[in-house]
Design a protein around this ligand. Structure first.
Ligand SMILES: CC(C)[C@H](C(=O)O)[C@@H](O)C(=O)O
Ligand code: SF4
Length: 474
């Protein structure tokens, strides 16, 4: 009998074009997503060497990082951003690459539109010049970020030179308690394994708590694999996956659909497949999570207090925490729930999907019923992950609830996840954010980021401090 293989090994084996003695492989790439930040030099490289794009139909481009989230009819005010976005358009026109442009209703964050359009499918290899390409692993696709020179290589050849990653399995037991989401789950995982925990590995998430997640939740988990140091995240495809994909524009139709599903069902890891590293976590007791420092692993339950560096024996670690607290403007021992915030950012490829916006609107509606709105002095923005997410939210009336409750309803894009557009924190401002990185300056120079789930971000907006979302749930 054949050796039992993991999901990762199956996808890898299916895509090897050539294997060298040292294990390095040339692998075939099924889909290539492109955005404006990491593609200009790649197209320039093609131009200089007189090469074409090998498979334009397997490539899809969209501007997301530099687009404004305010009215777009006047174009982009910031010159650098405007040039980035215009360059993407002209490169796509020149090389015949399909483009969803800024004014197309399907425009959005690259990792939101791939799944939405059905470009992302189980068993595929998917790359993009962006670290959060790991998001697509939620569908059981091997998806990872690449650098600009690799973007050029894939554009020119539809292949990539890679060494196989190691296999890591994270099994999540139990069921998520009421009010606890995929975001809390992945933050808790990173808190446990650390930001280097997955280094050199592809993480396969398994266990009942993962199986019980919606596709949106699975994307949130896989999205942050990169923050746990992993090359990619993977979740075996199942009925939840097939139901999400069915009928999407780019998935196989009619007879080809049944064939595709039959193949997808062969992908999950075999019984007895070996992993290089295994971690088990139980979530039945976990609380909503919130980061206090400048790394995603600096995470605690909302009932916690700001850690005290004096209690840390290791000098390097102690200095790291001291530096984080200084940057974050936090005092050891402060209850996290007493930390006042200035801004709230709801969006990003981690939490900018329809389910996320529904969770926020549900809390806003409860608050409104109790006569509450976004707290005095707090600015809370909601940035849908794509134009289609925005349209869906508006069809459900979520925007009206949010606006009535005092939230700002914006146009889709990366926005204040990394502040490459006009949406930025001012120095010293503190933000509850549904994004994935709380690095120094990530949301604007001197800005302070606390990573939370959408419900927690809504609770922070309504109370003006880091708050426990469960206070708002019946
Ligand atoms: C700009 C881009 C290259 C970057 C990434 O690779 O992830 C960005 O999307 C981010 O989230 O930091
Ligand atoms: S939303 Fe944030 S994390 Fe996602 S691609 Fe954009 S900048 Fe990167």
């Amino acid at each position: 009998m054949a050796r039992p293989r993991t999901l990762f090994e199956k996808i890898w084996d299916n895509h090897v074009v050539e294997r060298q003695d040292d294990g390095t492989c040339l692998i075939y790439i099924d889909r290539h997503l492109v955005h404006e930040v990491t593609s200009p030099q790649a197209f320039e490289g093609l131009r200089l060497s007189g090469r074409k794009v090998r498979r334009p139909e397997a490539t899809l481009a969209v501007p997301d990082h530099n687009v404004p989230t305010s009215d777009r009819s006047k174009g982009i005010e910031d010159e650098e951003s405007r040039i980035q976005v215009e360059t993407l358009s002209s490169n796509c026109a020149e090389f015949g690459v399909p483009l969803i442009d800024m004014n197309d209703v399907r425009q959005g964050i690259v990792h939101i539109i791939g799944p939405e359009q059905g470009l992302t499918q189980p068993g595929m290899t998917i790359v993009c010049g962006d670290s959060h390409t790991s998001t697509h692993g939620a569908f059981g696709a091997l998806a990872f970020g690449i650098g600009t020179s690799e973007v050029e290589h894939v554009l020119a050849t539809q292949t990539l030179i890679q060494r196989p990653a190691k296999n890591m399995r994270i099994a999540v037991d139990g069921a998520l308690p009421h009010g606890i989401t995929a975001k809390d789950l992945v933050l808790a995982i990173i808190g446990k394994i650390g930001t280097a925990g997955g280094t050199g590995h592809v993480i396969e998430y398994a266990g009942p708590a993962v199986r019980g997640l919606s596709m949106e939740g699975r994307m949130t988990v896989c999205n942050m694999s990169i923050e746990g140091g992993a090359r990619a995240g993977l979740i075996a495809p199942d009925q939840t996956t097939f139901d999400y994909l069915k009928g999407r524009p780019m998935v196989p139709k009619a007879g080809a659909w049944e064939q595709a599903v039959a193949f997808w069902k062969s992908l999950p890891s075999d019984e007895g497949a070996a992993y290089d590293k295994e971690v088990t976590l139980s979530v039945s007791e976990i609380e909503p999570q919130v980061t206090w420092g400048t790394s995603p692993e600096d995470v605690l339950p909302i009932s916690g207090v700001v850690p005290d560096p004096a209690a840390i024996a290791d000098e390097g670690q102690r200095q790291g925490v001291e530096r984080s607290l200084k940057y974050m403007g936090l005092t050891p021992g402060t209850r996290l729930q007493d930390v006042a915030i200035d801004k709230v950012f709801i969006g990003s490829c981690t939490n900018g999907r329809i389910e996320d916006l529904r969770a926020v609107a549900a809390i806003a509606q409860k608050a409104l019923a109790g006569g509450r709105k976004v707290a005095e002095g707090v600015y809370a923005m909601v940035v849908p992950g794509s134009g289609l997410v925005k349209e869906q939210a508006e069809a459900e009336g979520l925007d009206r609830i949010l606006v009535e409750a005092g939230f700002d309803w914006r146009e889709p894009g990366c926005s204040m996840c990394l502040a490459m557009n006009a949406d930025k924190l001012k120095p010293g401002e503190r933000c509850a954010s549904t994004s994935n990185r709380n690095f120094e300056g990530r949301q604007g120079p001197g800005g302070r980021t606390h990573l939370v789930s959408p419900g927690m971000a809504a609770a922070a907006a309504l109370t003006g401090r880091l708050a426990d979302v469960r206070e708002f749930l019946g």
